[in-house]
Write a protein that binds this ligand. Structure first.
Ligand code: BV8
Ligand code: ZN
Length: 225
C-alpha cells in the first residue's frame, strides 16, 4: 500500500462475514421470516418491541460466539502504525474491530453492546438481553432500547465523519454494498484517493478510483502490507 498519511476506512457487514456474522444481504437475508430492513425501524419497535428486542438480543448474544478475523486484525495493525492518522468508521454494530485491537472506531449506526434509556437518555454498556425489560441502571425505568441507529434515524457523529473525509488522503471502503445512506455517499465526500475492497463490486464501485474484489481476509491484509 502506497503510504498515504491520513486514511479513513469505512467498513460494512462484509468485513465481519468471515467471522461468521451474517450480512444484511446474505443469500436469504431473512430473520424469523422478517426482512432485517423492516425490523431495524422505529415503527417496527413501536409496533412489536419484543420482536425487535429479540432480533438484537440474538445478535448481541452471537457476539460471544465469534472472533475478529484477519481483516479486523490488519486494520488494528495499521492503526498501531498510523495512530490518529487512521479513523475506522463502521456501519457495523458488532465489536469485532475493538476486539481485534482497534481503538479509533466510530460506529455511525450504533453498537449491539450498548443500551439506550429513552427515559433518562443515558447509554450503558450492555451484553445481556433487553427483551425482558431490565431496569435502567441510572433511573430504574424499564425503557432500555438497543443503542442502534434504525432506518429513518440520524446516524451518529456525521460531523466527525465529514471532517475526517474532508482532510484524508485516502478513503477505503471495505465489505459494504453501498446501498444505505449517508454512508454510501462518503466516497463523494472524501478528498484524495478512493479504494473499494469488496467480495463483489458494490452499487457504488464505479465511484471509486480503484475497486478490488475478493474476501476481506485476503484483500485487507494484502492492502495493509
Ligand atoms: C437517515 C443498524 C435521515 C441496524 C443500519 C431513498 C434513497 C436514499 C436514501 C433513502 C431512501 N429512503 C430512505 C433513505 C434513507 C435510508 C437509506 O439509505 N435507505 C436505503 C435502504 C435506501 N437511510 C437511513 O434511514 C439512515 N438515516 O437517512 O436519516 C435523517 C435526517 C435528519 C433527521 C433524522 C433522520 C440510517 C441508516 C442506518 C440504518 N441502520 N444498521 C442494524 O444493524 O440492525 S443499516 C445496515 O445496512 C448496516 O448498518 C449497513 O449500513 C447497511 C448496509 O449493510 P452492509 O454493511 O453494506 O451489508 P450488506 O449485507 O448490505 O452488504 C455486505 C457487502 O459485503 C456486500 O457488498 C457483499 O458483497 C460484501 N461481502 C460479503 N462477504 C464478504 C464481503 N466483502 C468482503 N469479504 C467478504 N467475505
Ligand atoms: Zn434511564
Amino acid at each position: 500500500m502506497a503510504r498515504h498519511t491520513r486514511i479513513v476506512v469505512l467498513t460494512g457487514a462484509g468485513i465481519s462475514a468471515e467471522s461468521g456474522l451474517p450480512t444484511f444481504r446474505d443469500a436469504n437475508g431473512l430473520w424469523e421470516g422478517h426482512d432485517p430492513m423492516q425490523v431495524a425501524t422505529p415503527e417496527a419497535y413501536a409496533d412489536d418491541p419484543d420482536l425487535v428486542q429479540r432480533f438484537y438480543d440474538e445478535r448481541r448474544a452471537a457476539l460471544s460466539r465469534v472472533e475478529p478475523n484477519a481483516a479486523h486484525r490488519a486494520l488494528a495493525r495499521l492503526e498501531a502504525e498510523l495512530g490518529d492518522d487512521l479513523l475506522v468508521v463502521t456501519q457495523n454494530v458488532d465489536d469485532l474491530h475493538e476486539r481485534a485491537g482497534s481503538r479509533r472506531v466510530h460506529h455511525v449506526h450504533g453498537r449491539l453492546r450498548s443500551a439506550w434509556c429513552t427515559t433518562c437518555d443515558e447509554r450503558h454498556d450492555w451484553s445481556g438481553p433487553l427483551a425482558d425489560r431490565p431496569p435502567c441502571p441510572a433511573c430504574g425505568a424499564a425503557t432500555l432500547r438497543p443503542d442502534i441507529v434504525w432506518f429513518g434515524e440520524l446516524p451518529y457523529g456525521m460531523d466527525v465523519v465529514e471532517e475526517a473525509l474532508e482532510h484524508c488522503d485516502l478513503f477505503v471502503s471495505i465489505g459494504t454494498s453501498g446501498l444505505v445512506y449517508p454512508a454510501a455517499a462518503f466516497v463523494h465526500w472524501a478528498r484524495g484517493a478512493t479504494l473499494e475492497l469488496n467480495l463483489e463490486p458494490s452499487a457504488g464501485a464505479t465511484d471509486f478510483a480503484e475497486s478490488r474484489t475478493g474476501p476481506a481476509t485476503r484483500l485487507v491484509p494484502a492492502w495493509v502490507g
